[in-house]
Design a protein around this ligand. Structure first.
Ligand SMILES: Cc1cc2nc3c(=O)[nH]c(=O)nc-3n(C[C@H](O)[C@H](O)[C@H](O)COP(=O)(O)O)c2cc1C
Length: 458
């Protein structure tokens, strides 16, 4: 018999966002901008005792063929504004915001997260992403972007600088002694000086140490450098591998990198994104899952998706017909702008060849091919089946838990909260009440201790 202890599962909720997973055409779908939507979603997640609510980020509206790509949900409000407002209407749930390290400045971002951590009483987390493209860069005052190869060198220095700022107060400086007239015990509170390749700043950080010391740090890139960045300094990874084999391979790989940074297995949580379709029975759920895929991949969406690979206008093609006989346009992808996924097709001619072969072998139309080659729902079945699958994957070290991505805004999480969560609680693998107050408590992470040898700037 195995002697491995039973792991507690971490679960979180990703607010349905700007991608074709989110079905906005469903009559049950509501606004993705109104505050009521965020409140409904956050309160459902908190009612279910989930670890945190997650917001993704995109800093420019995507375009395709020179037009705004409006087959997906378009537009999203600013992360800090939403999370600060949610801090006021929730009590325990963590609040995770995705904020890019290429287009921002460490002082500004550290100040925003330290403030959010204060306002939420220790519930803030930062998903550090490194999207670098020139198209997005046009929205920013530097007007440019970063060479792809520098995205992680800037991210590493950005995070190190932000950590210096978070640590620039030790938490005991404020005495506010009316008798002596002294507000500060240590006049050097908040002093910092950072000199590096990307940032050369000194001054005073004006937010005292926050309840978690530093926000919880997430990472979401999948390259070799992304994995090293996570192993060196992240508390959690928002990953993409939700199946047993891929999940275990990723988990083993990334956790195996921790020792060289003096870190232990438990200091980095691996939380893949997971979609789900629930039904009263497994058969009913599979039927609904098929319908959801058809809504996610409309005929127009299928053609637009194919254009990512072909890098050509394919609007004249019939989505219910065969794949184009012409070859993709090789070179830089210029048809789809602002979308990271186009970069995954490194060899479009080879991708087209494989897809033609698959379509021929299985007699698939364009739309059917796109449905077959894009991600299926992670979990499909009755509540009992889904609870069992989640538990099996976590106990088998394919993940430490999942970040749930419902396809309906904002009510898509409700059924999961009402049916799957109680079953996980019955199994004793998911909390029935929050035990701690902060997100670090929920995730089982300790509060970072500032280096006592740190020499603040004079
Ligand atoms: C699961 C996942 C979610 C991501 N979410 C975002 C996001 O919300 N916003 C964003 O700008 N980039 C997002 N990214 C992109 C990563 O930041 C991106 O991979 C990075 O720009 C390049 O790093 P890489 O080359 O290591 O993948 C996400 C990546 C993954 C794997």
């Amino acid at each position: 018999m195995s002697t491995a202890p039973i792991k507690q599962i971490h679960l979180a909720a990703h607010f349905p966002g700007v991608n074709n997973t989110t079905v906005w055409s469903d009559p049950a779908a509501g606004s993705h901008i109104d505050f009521d939507s965020f409140v409904h979603f956050a309160r459902t997640a908190e009612r279910a005792k989930l670890d945190f609510l997650f917001l993704a980020e995109g800093l420019r509206l995507r375009e395709q063929g020179g037009k705004i790509y409006d087959l997906d949900v378009v537009g999203r409000p600013d992360t800090f504004t939403v999370l600060a407002a949610l801090a006021a209407v929730t009590d325990r749930i963590g609040l995770t915001g995705t904020i890019n390290s290429t287009f921002n400045e460490p002082y500004e971002v550290a100040r925003q997260f330290a403030s959010l951590d204060h306002l939420s009483e220790g519930r803030a987390a930062w998903n550090v992403v490194t999207s670098w493209d020139a198209f997005t860069g046009e929205n920013f005052r530097r007007g440019g972007f970063l060479p792809r190869g520098d995205r992680y060198s800037r991210a590493r220095e950005f995070l190190a600088t932000a950590n210096e700022l978070f640590d620039s107060w030790d938490g005991s400086e404020i005495v506010a002694d009316a008798g002596s007239g002294a507000f500060l015990r240590d006049a050097r509170a908040g002093a910092f000086a950072h000199r590096g390749q990307h940032f050369d700043i000194e001054g005073r950080f004006n937010v005292p140490r926050s309840p978690q010391g530093r926000p919880v740090i997430f990472q979401a890139g999948d390259s070799e450098e992304g994995r090293e960045f996570a192993a060196a300094g992240a508390d959690a990874i928002f990953g993409r591998y939700g199946t047993l084999d891929e999940g275990r391979a990723f988990y083993t790989d990334v956790k195996g990198r921790l020792a060289k940074y003096g870190r232990t297995h438990d200091q980095l949580k691996i939380l893949p994104a997971a979609t789900f379709v629930l039904g009263d029975t497994d058969a009913e759920a599979h039927e609904s899952a098929h319908e959801v895929r058809r809504l996610q991949v409309s005929g127009q969406t299928a053609i637009k998706y194919l254009e990512h690979v072909w890098n050509r206008d394919l609007s004249a093609y019939d989505p219910d017909g065969p794949l184009p006989a012409i070859d993709p346009e090789v070179g830089e992808n210029t048809i789809a702008l602002g979308r990271a996924s186009v970069r995954q097709f490194r060899d479009p001619l080879e991708t087209a060849r494989q897809w033609r072969e698959l379509a021929r072998a299985k007699n698939l139309s364009i739309r059917e091919l796109v449905i077959a080659t894009t991600a299926d729902q992670t979990f499909v079945g009755s509540a009992a089946t889904i609870a069992e699958s989640i538990n099996e994957l976590v106990q088998a070290d394919a993940a430490d838990g999942f970040i749930l991505v419902p396809h309906i805004t904002p009510g898509g999480l409700d059924v999961f909260a009402d049916t799957v969560i109680p079953l996980l609680q019955e199994k004793g693998v998911f909390r029935t009440e929050y035990e701690g107050a902060t997100l670090r408590d929920h995730l089982g992470l300790s509060v970072p201790v500032p280096d006592p040898a740190r020499q603040p700037a004079p």
